[in-house]
Design a protein around this ligand. Structure first.
Ligand SMILES: [Zn+2]
Ligand SMILES: [Zn+2]
Length: 71
C-alpha cells in the first residue's frame, strides 16, 4: 500500500480514518478508546477503567477528527 500523501510505501495506518501513511508523513495525535460515564451515578461509584488514551497514536494529518460528547 502507498502513502496517502506521496508515492512511498506506507509504514503505518492512521488510527482515525484507516488510511496508510509513510514514515515521513506519520503524525501523532491523542486517541481515546473505550467509554465511560462522565459523572458518578452514585457516591460509591469508584469509576471504571474501560477507556484508554494513547498519547501518540498514528495520525495521517489529513482526516478531520471531531470530538463527540457521549455518555
Ligand atoms: Zn508519504
Ligand atoms: Zn486519518
Amino acid at each position: 500500500m502507498k502513502c496517502l500523501q506521496c508515492e512511498n510505501d506506507a509504514r503505518a495506518i492512521c488510527r482515525f480514518c484507516g488510511r496508510a501513511v509513510c514514515e515521513s508523513h506519520i503524525q501523532t495525535k491523542e486517541f481515546h478508546a473505550g467509554y465511560g460515564k462522565s459523572k458518578k451515578s452514585h457516591a460509591l461509584d469508584r469509576g471504571s477503567e474501560t477507556a484508554v488514551t494513547i498519547a501518540d497514536a498514528v495520525w495521517c494529518g489529513k482526516c478531520n477528527i471531531e470530538p463527540q460528547k457521549t455518555y
